[in-house]
Design a protein around this ligand. Structure first.
Ligand code: NAD
Length: 404
């Protein structure tokens, strides 16, 4: 048990040789995992010599799990993530007709990983469709368990839909077309506030200037509008001296406090293109968060590189993950970009408090990009680039950790 990461109060307690479960993933998963794990081990060894080491424990999910065990998400895998708290995964095929919508959604729901965390920044040299991608430096906290993603949907004509339509007509006087499918959008005070609390704590810890709540509260008053209100209420009640609402600033200085502000989602999607430097930490609901995370990722170089994590900041449970899919046509070709998984690993070491290893990984990536040794997806967009394989890219990152 001395190798198990634990939560002590509100802090993680990390042994020097923690067991970390990993899922290689389907499709290109094994290609990117084998490059990434060498980078992780090299960073830890270089940072701490023999005094720290990750004990990797492979667990199964997805196609490989199905072919070996007959289950897409074996109970053993869930048990390992519960027991060891922190894990990492490659992309998984979504089973068609497998009994659940997506393995990723199932993992998030079963482990109650209520924050989908997506840091978005630009690394010099990465091709971007915008003029000043370096102005983007945001961290998105997307709520993971509620909203129209909660799965409360019924199809057109279904007996449950008919019943619901009748109820809504008779009890509430809502006339909804009979040939409608229905979905419920639950947004709770509890769910909103734990997400916004995590965003504010992060902003305080990382000394970021603001937390912005992104919502469509002008239209959806009792769900998205309430999210905004509950956010201001929480900041005032739990962080009264450390935060200040933008409306109370009146153009004055925040005096080192984190500014709490909000913006309507459509305006936000314009402003991340026109004035991205005004936003730092973003707190938003599930659907908005899905669009926003990918729109921001595109601004700084797209899906081959964007890292992510799903975290429950109360239990400490966290799964770090590549945010792209399984790209089956490239599986086994040693060709694709492993940056998303490698940067997810960097996030994981940050989360464990192994800052030196995290910094070495970032240093290695920056040096490799400066040298323009990149995989095919970037090589075709970068002038003077040398196209390298997945494993060669991993080797280059390890070499660049050494540069003084
Ligand atoms: P995808 O991300 O696999 O592919 C989209 C495009 O991006 C393709 O052109 C692909 O070749 C390219 N691409 C993806 N990752 C790349 C990388 N690391 N380097 C270079 N190019 C890369 O998305 P899709 O085709 O919509 O989905 C394929 C499968 O992946 C589906 O089964 C889907 O359900 C699953 N999926 C899983 C996750 C996850 O596990 N987090 C996320 C998205 C999709």
């Amino acid at each position: 048990m001395e190798n198990t990461i634990r939560m002590k109060g509100t802090q993680l307690s990390v042994p020097s040789t923690p067991v970390i479960p990993f899922i290689q993933g389907d499709g290109i998963g094994p290609d990117i995992w084998s490059a990434a794990v060498r980078v992780f081990d090299a960073a830890v060894e270089q940072a701490y010599g023999s005094s720290r080491r990750v004990v990797w424990k492979e667990v199964l999910a997805g196609e490989r799990a199905f072919s070996e065990t007959g289950e897409w998400l074996p109970e053993e895998t869930l048990t390992a993530f519960r027991e060891y708290l922190v894990g990492i995964k490659g992309p998984l095929t979504t089973p068609v007709g497998g009994g659940f919508r997506s393995l990723n959604v199932t993992l998030r729901q079963v482990l109650d990983l209520y924050v989908c965390l997506r840091p978005v920044r630009h690394y010099p040299g990465i091709p971007s469709p915008v003029k000043r991608p370096e102005s983007v430096d945001m961290v998105v906290f997307r709520e993971n368990t509620e909203d129209v993603y909660a799965g409360f949907e019924t199809p057109m004509g279904d007996a449950r839909t008919v019943k619901l339509l009748e109820f809504l007509k008779n009890e509430l006087g809502w006339n909804i077309r009979e040939d409608s499918g229905l979905g419920i959008k639950p947004i709770s005070r509890y769910g909103s506030q734990r997400l916004i609390r995590a965003a504010i704590r992060y902003a305080l810890k990382m000394k970021r200037k603001s937390v912005t709540m992104v919502h469509k509260g002008n239209i959806m008053k009792y769900t998205e509008g309430a999210f905004r209100e509950w956010g201001y209420e929480l900041a005032g009640a739990e962080f009264p001296s450390e935060t200040i609402a933008y409306s109370s600033l009146a153009g004055g200085d925040a005096g080192g406090r984190v500014v709490i502000k909000d913006v309507i989602a459509d305006a936000f999607l314009q402003q991340i293109l026109t004035r991205p430097a005004e936003y730092e930490v973003i707190a938003t609901m599930n659907l908005n968060g899905d669009y926003i995370s990918d729109a921001l990722a595109a601004q700084v170089g797209g899906i081959g590189i964007a890292p992510g994590a799903n975290i429950n900041f109360d239990s400490g449970n966290a799964i770090f993950e590549a945010t792209h899919g399984t790209a089956p046509k490239y599986a086994g070709l040693n060709k694709v970009n492993p940056s998303s998984l490698i940067l997810s690993g960097k996030m994981m070491f940050d989360y464990l408090g192994w800052d030196e290893a995290a910094e070495l990984i970032e240093k290695g990536i920056i040096g490799t990009l400066e040298d323009r040794q990149v995989t095919y997806d970037f090589a075709r967009l970068m002038e003077g680039a040398e196209e390298v394989s997945t494993s060669e890219y991993g080797d280059a990152i390890i070499r660049h950790m050494d540069n003084k």
